[in-house]
Write a protein that binds this ligand. Structure first.
Ligand code: RP5
Length: 167
């Protein structure tokens, strides 16, 4: 199975990155995790990106806050799909990172998720790998069914509780 690379701009992004690691584990997808900065370690970030295909990586999740250039810098050096996760780490609640990550110039896309949306980033990465992996496709379908069942159960319980209160 292909791996997913998770790269974060700083160790301070670790709590958000862990959401992605744990979600990938739920789907049984192996990950490679690095701390590399577009600004503080530009050479290492580039070298890592250039090594992704040799490591059998099929998709990349890049998390960064503030003037978040990591996802774009990774995308500039690979044709693998790159998912950007803006992190709320500055004084602007993540809006700075969201705009820096999402506003890529035409030709070099970054699929940007919500501020702090590492879980969705991981699910999207699994969906990308599932295009050529039927086993992963089945796991995604099963999770959707579990989600549906959980919402319908909550709906039932809330309605029963409300009816009991009215009786
Ligand atoms: C970004 O700046 C990092 O991704 C992090 O979210 C933010 C702050 O980094 P630290 O100053 O905490 O290392 O590059």
């Amino acid at each position: 199975m292909k791996k997913v690379a998770i790269v974060m701009g700083s160790a301070s992004d670790k709590p958000i990155a862990l959401d992605a690691v744990k979600t990938l584990e739920e789907y049984g997808v192996p990950s490679v995790v690095r701390v590399l900065s577009a600004h503080r370690t530009p050479q290492e970030a580039r070298d890592f990106t250039l090594s992704l295909e040799a490591q059998d990586v099929g998709a990349v999740i890049a998390l960064a806050g503030m003037a978040a250039h990591l996802a774009g810098a990774v995308a500039a050096n690979t044709v693998l799909p790159v998912i950007g996760v803006p992190v709320a780490s500055g004084g602007l609640g993540g809006l700075d990172a969201l705009l820096s990550t999402v506003q890529m110039p035409s030709g070099i896309p970054v699929a940007t998720v919500a501020v702090g949306g590492a879980k969705n980033a991981a699910i999207l990465a699994v969906q990308i790998l599932a295009v050529s992996d039927m086993d992963l496709r089945d796991r995604l379908t099963k999770k959707r069914a579990d989600m549906r069942a959980a919402v319908l159960q909550a709906d039932k319980e809330i309605n029963e509780a409300l009816m009991a209160r009215e009786a």
